[in-house]
Design a protein around this ligand. Sequence first.
Ligand code: G4P
Length: 288
Amino acid sequence: MSTEINWFPGHMRKAMSEITDRLKWVDIVIETCDARIPFSSRNPELHKQIKDKNRIIVLNKADLADPQMTSVWLSHYESQGIAAMAVDANNKGDIQRLKKKMETICKPILDKAASRGRIGRPVRAMVVGIPNSGKSTIINALCNRKVVVTGNRPGVTRAFQWAKSSDSLELMDMPGVLWPNLGSKHNKLVLALSGAIKTEVTDMIYVASEGMKWISTLYPDYIKTRYQVPGVVDPDDINEAYDRYLLAARIKGCILSGGRIDEDRFAALFLDDFRSGRIGRITLEEPK
Ligand code: G4P
């Protein structure tokens, strides 16, 4: 079982330099993160590029994250003076709040433009973030129509385009970008678990079994309830966690002819359960 996850295709390097080039055209950057992994889903390279711009951190997929932990994260950003909000991109109210917040942050820029005779100029925003964090969904929701393709495939967001949300807001969609060194083993694991890294370049069984182990330490009751296996395991005992993973697979009927456990099938089932929130509302990281 391979534990290595490497993912930095050439198009991501190109996208990063495009983001840098185009920053000068926008008033504000919307940095979409995954509310379940607020730390690992923030691209540190992006963070360096946009630190001098107006920006909002959007903790997207908040409907899938632990609400208490989302509040902890929002307080953390507030204490650092960083504008942030939790969003479910499929919730119209959340999208309206996001629009309002962007307009409020950019008001001084628009007032300045108006004082120079450029009255009614729209706010221009760039939407950036790692693959699968919900950039396309947010842009479509802000525009109230399908202007970019969404899909649970990392790297789906592609070429540059402006999208008109209203007379007062225009959006620039950028491709999702990861970074060459994805950080610690933990960062890579949770990125793969969330779907930011393509399943094809990971060892699905490793991601699912380690993911199950990690979720058990944080939310033992969720695992116990969903898979009818003991919730608490010794985090240092590799065999115990793996045995429990196999037991859960058996209980869920993932069995090959001859009685062997179908580990691939259970891995796919488990990842789908996690990504769609069926295990529960889960946040895998807390502020450091
Ligand atoms: P990206 O552009 O950043 O790559 O992400 P994209 O908008 O394509 O979203 C990736 C997947 O996440 C999509 O699911 C999308 O519907 C889902 N998603 C985005 N925002 C939210 C959110 O706030 N909450 C929840 N629960 N899901 C969200 P998909 O199943 O791959 O595509 P689709 O069948 O919905 O089109």
